[in-house]
Each structure stands twice: as C-alpha cells, then as structure tokens.
Design a protein around this ligand. Structure first.
Ligand code: ZN
Length: 333
C-alpha cells in the first residue's frame, strides 16, 4: 500500500518503536538550536492534508480482502448489517499507487526543513487510533490531517532527530468517525552528523556464560576451541548443550578443534549500525574440519572478498581487556 500524506515510505529503514531520551546539548550553536526548534514548532497546528476524499466508499470487497489478509473471521464484518473492521480506518483514506491530490504543502515543507538539517532518514514509530462510530458499506469518507506536534531534538539508537505526530480526523458522510495519530522519527543516522559522541567507547556485547557453556569459554581463555562430544554415541555438537541431540545422553567430553575450516555461509552487515561494530563487516557460519559449524567473524580478508567455501583458520581476537573471541582468518587473494 502506498501511504497517504501521513505515511511517508521513502527511506523507511526499520520498524518498531524507537526509544528516545532528550539529548543534552553539550556543544554546538545553542542559539541556532533554539531558532531551529522554534521553526519546527511553528508547524504545529498547520494542515498536513485538507479536504481529502477516500477513493472508494466503504465497501464489502475491501472489507473481505482485509479480513482475509488479517485472518479475522468476526461475523460482524459480513452479512447485511456488516460494519468495517475499526482498524481499517486508515485504509479508507489511502491514496493507493496513484496517490492523492490536495496534499498540503506544510507537511512537505516540514520534512524538507528536517532534511536540510541532516535528518534525511525516516522511520514510522507508532500509531494510535480512536473509533467514534462504526463505518458501514456505502459510507463516503473524507478526512483532514493536521501536524499535531514536533518534538524537541531526541537521540535514539537509530540517530538524532525529531518526532513528528500528525492527527487525521476521518469523517463518514460528514460526521467524525475516528481519529488516526501517526508518528514518525525524522533523523540523522547515527554517525552521519556532528553530534557529540559519548566519551566511553561502546563495548561489544559480552557472551552469556552459564554452566552449560562454561567449558567452552574456559577453552577460549586457553586459546583452545573445544567441541563437545557425546561419550555414548560419539556425536560432536556445537554450540554447547547439556545433552546429545542424537541419543539424549547427558554424558560428554571434549575434543579440541584443529582450527581448520571453510566458510559455509555468510552475510555482510551494513545496517543497522550497532555500537562497537564498524559496518560493513562479514558474519560467517564456519564449518570446522570436524564437521560442526559456528557463527563467527572473518578476519584477514575484506568483507567483500568473503565467499562460500573460503578456507579459514582459527585465531583468537583480543577485543578488549576482558573479552577474547574465536574468529577465523581467511586467506587473501
Ligand atoms: Zn549421543
């Protein structure tokens, strides 16, 4: 579906709520920030869409398709007294592939202002709907949307930017039937703007060590990659588990991997950026000569030279004072 005026799709990079906190302004042009925020606030209350008209009246065909897609067999949505599923509210306002005319300039102006400030990415964060009365086949839909609020500058895991909330009032045959609030975050992706960086360097995540895998991490500390072996049926297993998948025996010992392996599969991480990681980088499933596989990083070759079947050799990467990890070095060339 192509969104209406309040559902920009371009540059959509991630779903879900973006947790935010107010950023402490520790540097830069404070007066400029205040002026910019005032310019953003001036958009509050301005129309995002005026006198919009639904392209189709509320109708049984769209209701049936919706219910099939949602797997919703509620009998209220079929038959002579059918109502539309309340959560279809926005569907009646959408412009489809051909879009709507009559979109207000204010919303585009606001997005352009944010683009100009480096907030070129957008992610939909959440929506809230309120239903005042049911919609029924035959109802004619009109709607207006207003820019309800523009937040102060916030820092999220995705980057720094501003939350923009629009409220759409949906009318059926001239009477208010529901409201649809839609929130986006327009942001500068982390690392692309001269925001003050935290003083501490983010750490790579720590492994979760428990009594089932303690022996593996003890081995890593001694620069040995230990594979579990079932002492009942001799099946090797990795990662470490309390029992054998082949025969269910809880008895095991270990064999030390020779360190030789090949890349069984891999991905190259570009996005999203995680603290302590520097994309792009390759994450690989390496098949050891012993036959088991593990997820690891490939070193020694550029990320774009990693290939399935690439011979690799175990080495230990000192990440920081308290973390060492088994990784695999590929042979360049
Ligand atoms: Zn076994």
């Amino acid at each position: 579906m192509t969104g209406g005026p309040t559902t920009p799709g371009a540059g959509h990079t991630a779903a879900g709520k973006a947790a935010a906190h107010t950023e402490a302004h520790t540097g830069g042009d404070a007066d400029g920030d205040i002026r910019f925020h005032a310019a953003l606030k001036a958009f509050e209350g301005r129309p995002a869409a005026t006198a919009g008209r639904g392209k189709d009246p509320v109708n049984e065909v769209m209701i049936r398709h919706w219910c099939e897609a949602m797997g919703d067999a509620n009998p209220a949505y079929t038959g002579p007294d059918a109502i539309a599923p309340p959560t279809m509210l926005q569907a009646w306002t959408m412009g489809g592939l051909s879009g709507h005319t009559g979109r207000s300039g204010a919303y585009d102006e606001l997005l352009a202002l944010l683009d100009g400030a480096g907030c070129t990415s957008v992610v939909a964060t959440d929506c809230e709907q309120e239903y005042l009365r049911p919609l029924r086949p035959g109802d004619t839909i009109t709607f207006d949307a207003v820019i309800e609020s523009v937040s102060a500058r916030k820092t999220t895991k995705l980057g720094t930017g501003h939350f923009v909330t629009t409220r759409m009032d949906v009318h059926a045959d001239g009477r208010l039937a529901g409201t649809h609030r839609f929130r986006i975050l327009k942001y500068a992706p982390a690392g692309t703007r001269a925001t003050p960086r935290p003083a501490s360097v983010p750490q790579r995540p720590r492994p979760v060590i428990n009594r089932d895998n303690q022996g593996f991490w003890d081995g890593v500390r001694e620069h040995r990659l230990l594979i579990q072996r079932c002492t009942a049926c001799a099946t090797l297993r990795f990662p470490w588990l309390p029992g054998c998948n082949a025969c269910a025996s809880p008895a095991w010992d270990t064999v030390e991997a020779s360190g030789a392996g090949t890349v069984f599969s891999y991905v190259v991480m570009h996005h999203p950026p995680f603290p302590a990681f520097d994309p792009p980088y390759a994450v690989a499933v390496v098949e050891l000569a012993e036959g088991v596989r593990l997820v690891t990083n490939i070193t020694g070759v550029p990320y774009d030279k990693v290939r399935i079947g690439l011979p690799v050799q175990l080495e230990f990467l000192r990440v920081d004072d308290t973390l060492e990890l088994p990784v695999f070095r590929g042979e360049a060339g």
